[in-house]
Ligand binder design. Structure first.
Ligand code: MSP
Length: 650
């Protein structure tokens, strides 16, 4: 099968930012995902270089439009490889081959009688490069740019869009996933509901603007930027005669909500009028906000993707963008969100799984992949979880449910960490149960291999590193792979006994949040904590500690089996910690400001195990987690490698 995906072609009036990077990373991940399904893929991105907006920006920079567009277009082009984005074609609207395609379609639609000459007065927004009707303005302002558009009356060419209203409505109604997610489909249907679709002004008189593609049937006019830009999706395939066009059209488009109308209304109608097949899907995402605000130069909060990758690493950024945003809704980028999410998911859940399993395998099997022995109920259920997870992932990912697909993969990662805890390979080793130990480690390693493959579209470099640690390679070459993902979902046992594996792994180092806490907030938090605590059995104060007394303090290692927010206190977490006793202990701890509950799951910590129970905000705490406060936060104490739960710290 052929899979064609496009990003918008970006305006060159400003430098690329995190929003542009998001769309293009999503496109790259989709293409990589489809390659794992065995599909031939084609990814197009590029730059939109004509029109008023660009002309004005060039003037401001003291350059000719061409000099200006050359330099910013090159910045976009240079950015994508830094983000590990592999596009197949970068299309510029100033390229002669693109201009020829636009002109040939203009002529075709003109000859078919769908373009006419007329006079029109409208409110023109230079930012949007379009006319607004009275009704579309909000309190007289452009709804996008919140400025007052200029009223312009002039003679122009118009595209008979109105003629296609009924057709478009029926087309969308008949195809539930033509525009997705559904909220944007509904938005478009509501636009069409009014029963009016105005004809589209598709020219600008050269007297006012000459930086554009000349109309083939009237050299006094240039083409309206949107009529020019949308055709880039076809010129990038060398439509109408190119091989790529025959192989890949119709494909899918990826855009944010800001350009819904041109893509959902103008574009299908333009294709219909030109007698071409309509695209398959329009995938519409929300906006990345810098904290809660729209990114803007004037607010100085524009997020630079390269700076973020330099600070945090490329793959954690790619992962965060896909995991944090629910495709279709807005999402907010803050350092705290970023660090919390990546520490929990990457450093803790995934990184920890790799690190503990590989180091145990080094110790118990000399870093060679063990042979699995007889499988028991735990392995059967884990294997069916692996298969279900992969099937789920394959369903969700190509429909733009990236966050949900990754969450479902992480349920598997967490289940594997729990399996380590419940099977306690260190005990099996101690007890000499070698066959069982081999089964447990093999099950983990094989599942980890499948997880790495699933992650290749999202974190290509890390996935390659993970596979290498397991003695595997991602199949080389740029061509499609033979249906890897689907086969992986239904098979088991690819990892070969005796394969040499890495003896250690440190894929995603933990990060500390750099946001300094103010002394005041620190004081307040300590004060509230103190008043929150109600001592049940006041211990006797014996003054200085003798060694004997110190030895009475029982510090034990425990694994966090459950972590959740305290129902009544923002700063507290309720933990259940497995100390090797019959049931896990409930411990209430003031960690909530520093750790999201999921960051703690499966982690081994030092616990003061013989403290008198005390009630903290209504819940009894049977012990205390040891921490080290420092200027940037709160560090946790724990063993450097896995040890049996309940072991005493001496
Ligand atoms: N040139 C037109 C598109 C023509 S396509 C035939 C254009 N260019 S743009 O430079 O303004 O890019 C808009 C696109 O950039 C959005 O649709 C989205 O893909 C991306 N984003 C820009 N800001 C964004 C956010 N804050 N958040 C997420 N994506 C954003 O419109």
């Amino acid at each position: 099968m052929a899979y064609y995906i496009t990003t918008p072609i970006y305006y060159v009036n400003a430098k690329p930012h995190l929003g542009h990077a998001y769309t293009t990373i999503v496109a790259d991940s989709l293409v990589r995902f489809h390659r794992l399904l065995g599909n031939a893929t084609y990814l197009v991105t590029g730059t939109d270089e004509h029109g008023d907006k660009i002309c004005r920006a060039a003037k401001k920079a003291g350059q000719s439009p061409l000099e200006f567009t050359d330099s910013i277009s090159a910045e976009f082009r240079a950015l994508w490889p830094k983000l590990n984005i592999k596009y197949d074609r970068f299309i510029r609207t100033t390229a002669p081959e693109h201009m020829r395609v636009v002109q040939s379609f203009l002529q075709r639609v003109y000859d078919a009688g769908d373009i006419y000459f007329g006079e029109f007065g409208g409110h023109y927004c230079y930012g949007c490069e379009r006319f607004y009707t009275e009704k579309e303005l909000e309190n007289g302002l452009c709804p996008q740019h919140l400025n007052t558009p200029e009223f312009i009356r002039e003679k122009n060419y118009f595209f008979r869009m109105s003629k296609y209203l009924k057709w478009l409505k029926e087309y969308i109604l008949a195809r539930p996933d033509f525009i997705r997610p559904e909220r944007y489909r509904n938005e478009v249907l509501a636009m069409l509901e009014s029963g009016v679709l105005e004809d589209l002004c598709i020219s600008r008189p050269k007297a006012r603007l000459s930086w554009g593609i000349e109309l083939p049937f009237d050299t006094n006019f240039v083409c309206y930027v949107w009529f020019d830009a949308l055709f880039s999706y076809l010129s990038a395939l060398d439509c109408p005669d190119g091989e790529k066009y025959r192989e890949f059209w119709p494909g899918e488009h990826l855009v944010a909500k800001d350009i819904l109308k041109p893509h959902a209304v103008f574009w299908p109608v333009m294709l219909k009028a030109a007698g071409l097949p309509i695209y398959e899907h329009l995938n519409v995402h929300g906006y990345w906000l810098a904290r809660d605000a729209k990114m803007s130069k004037s607010l100085g909060n524009v997020l630079d993707p390269v700076q973020l990758c330099d600070r945090y690493g490329l793959d954690p950024v790619r992962y965060f963008l896909l995991r944090e945003m629910h495709f279709g809704s807005d999402a907010s980028f803050t350092d705290e969100n970023f660090i919390t999410r990546t520490n929990a998911d990457l450093a803790n859940d995934l990184g920890n799984l790799y690190s503990r399993v590989l180091s145990m395998n080094a110790k118990y099997f000399n870093s060679l992949c063990p042979a699995p022995g007889r499988e028991e109920a735990e392995e059967h259920s884990l294997r069916s979880l692996v298969s279900n997870t992969l099937h789920n992932y394959i369903q969700l990912f190509p429909k733009m449910y990236f966050s949900q697909a990754l969450e479902s993969l992480w349920e598997l990662v967490r289940a594997l960490n729990k399996y380590v805890d419940s099977q306690a390979p260190w005990l099996l080793y101690k007890e000499g149960k070698n066959e069982r130990l081999g089964t447990v480690l093999y099950t983990l390693l094989e599942a980890m291999r499948k997880i790495a493959l699933c992650l290749w579209p999202v974190m290509p470099d890390s996935a390659v590193a993970m596979l290498e640690q397991l003695g595997q390679k991602i199949p080389a070459g740029s061509g499609p792979f033979p249906r890897i993902l689907e086969e992986e979902a239904d098979s088991w046992g690819t990892l070969v006994q005796g394969t040499s594996l890495a003896s250690a792994s440190n894929l995603f180092p933990r990060m500390e949040c750099e946001t300094p806490k103010t002394a005041v907030s620190e004081r307040i938090s300590q004060k509230t904590l103190k008043t929150d605590v109600q001592i049940l059995n006041e211990p006797v104060n014996t003054g200085n500690l003798s060694f004997e007394d110190f030895k009475r303090v029982e510090i034990r290692i425990g694994t966090v089996a459950l972590a959740e927010k305290h129902p009544d206190a923002d700063k507290l977490l309720r933990l259940e910690i497995d100390l090797g006793e019959e049931t896990p202990r409930q411990i209430i701890s003031g960690l909530a400001e520093h750790y999201a509950p999921q960051m703690l799951l499966g982690r081994q910590l030092c616990v003061v195990a013989n403290l008198s129970p005390r009630k903290i905000r209504g819940l009894v705490s049977h012990g205390m987690v040891l921490t080290v406060p420092f200027e940037k936060g709160l560090a946790l104490l724990g063993p450097s490698g896995p040890v049996p739960n309940g072991n005493l710290v001496t």
